[in-house]
Design a protein around this ligand. Structure first.
Ligand code: ACO
Length: 384
């Protein structure tokens, strides 16, 4: 191919990398399906355990299958003592997502047969990571607050147990539904940046842990999973609801990006954000905490202004990360844990994609277009 014919797809925009039966995103119309099921239906009727099973095994579980899967997750909630030591060795300066990535890496040392790359062994690893990551994130959160670790419950659901281990309080019905909803909505989303990096790592036939660590690392940036933390920081910087419009207008005039808005694939309202927004509005009517009330009002006013300014004209709508922050805050989750919580949910999407890709694996090896000089004369260091 001559240089003139080379087409560079920056950010791999518009490039398909694989066939999948995991997830369909209709970006133009703001629609999303997991394994063919509309996200609205799963959000309303399902549980995270059921969605995790659906993503990993390809079908909705029968009663007995769900019981066995749920028990399996519960039995894997504990983490080795050395994970606690690792967490204690980090200072408060280290971001919890970076601590999570290190702990997941360390978990691989407890795999007794890394040479076993069978599908069963890999599924076992995915289930273990799904079960243990919330425990690790809750421990990180407790340690940062100077509080003792809490042992996992054997009765609470996957997501409720996470909240319990973090806050020390068993969530009420409403919080339990809300945290489960957030876990469901974050579980899967096609070939986003973190899933893609999981696949790139996996395509070298590196192991499940390495691929998940790549996913966690990639999720961290504010253009991807870090946007929820950045969006909440912006809401805190706005401070008072009456400052919202001026703050956003000034930011847009200064060509700043409003975190939690925009998406590479959605050019319509992110359906996950729509679901969260509806919860947020009903939550607003019930909350009595003035700090939460303010955050919720800022979020709602910002959404309205952005709709007038950018959504309809440029297709920049809120994404799921915009509304997550106020709700997580209401549930007692500190902002620096938002991205690791996202990772706890997304791990099933990452591993399900990895297993699907491995069925027909091909090493990722794109090309880059060299624009430098060639055959430059080497000058010895003394003469440079
Ligand atoms: N605020 C203001 N303007 C924006 C925003 C935003 N959040 N997002 C995009 N734009 C503008 C760009 O400035 C650009 O304008 P221009 O054409 O006048 O230069 C135009 O929209 C297109 O932007 P691109 O960066 O080309 O779009 P891309 O597809 O690369 O961006 C991205 C997607 C990275 C998510 C972007 O919308 C963004 O930075 N959003 C904020 C971060 C964020 O919320 N990320 C989370 C995404 S969801 C997730 O990963 C879970």
């Amino acid at each position: 191919m001559t240089d003139e014919n080379i087409i560079i797809s920056k950010g791999l925009e518009g490039i398909y990398i694989a066939d999948t039966t995991l997830c369909k995103i209709d970006g133009a119309n703001g629609k999303l399906w997991y394994r063919g099921y509309p996200i609205e239906v799963l959000a309303d009727k399902s549980s995270y355990e059921e969605v995790a099973f659906l993503l990993l095994y390809g079908h909705l579980p029968k009663k007995e299958e769900l019981k066995v899967f749920t028990q399996r997750l519960i039995s894997e909630r504990d983490v080795p003592d050395s994970i606690a030591d690792i967490i204690r060795n980090f200072t408060g300066r280290t971001h919890p997502n970076d601590i999570l990535r290190t702990c997941v890496s360390a978990i691989s040392a407890f795999d007794t047969d890394m040479a076993d790359r069978s599908s069963d062994a890999n599924m076992d690893r995915a289930i273990k990571l799904t079960a243990k990551m919330p425990t690790i994130v809750a421990m990180i959160g407790r340690y940062r607050q100077g509080k003792p670790f809490i042992n996992p419950s054997r009765t609470l659901s996957h997501s409720s147990n996470f909240l319990y281990m973090l806050t020390g309080v068993e969530p009420d019905k409403e919080s339990a539904k809300l945290i489960d909803l957030m876990f469901i909505l974050h579980a899967e989303h096609g070939s986003n940046a973190s899933t893609f990096s999981t696949l790139v790592t996996g395509s070298t036939l590196a192991d499940v842990y390495a691929a998940v660590v790549a996913g966690i690392s990639t999720l961290r940036g504010p253009l991807h999973g870090g946007a929820d933390e950045a969006a909440l920081n912006m809401m805190r910087a706005i401070g008072e609801p009456d400052n919202t419009e001026t703050y956003i207008e000034d930011a847009l005039a200064g060509k700043q990006r409003i975190m939690g808005f925009g998406h590479r694939v959605y050019k319509a309202y992110d359906p996950r954000a729509k679901i969260v927004y509806n919860y947020l509005k009903s939550f607003m009517q019930k909350t009595t905490d003035p700090k939460i009330e303010k955050l919720l009002e800022i979020a709602i006013r910002a959404e309205k202004l952005m709709e007038e300014k950018l959504s309809k004209t440029k297709g920049i709508w809120p994404n799921i990360d915009f509304f997550s922050g106020p709700l997580y805050t209401a549930m007692g989750i500190p902002s620096e844990l938002f991205t690791p919580v996202f990772a706890c949910s997304r791990v099933v999407g990452w591993t399900a994609h990895l297993f699907e890709y491995w069925e027909n694996n091909r090493l990722f090896r794109p090309l880059d277009h060299y624009t430098g000089q060639l055959d430059i004369k080497y000058v010895p260091i003394e003469q440079r």
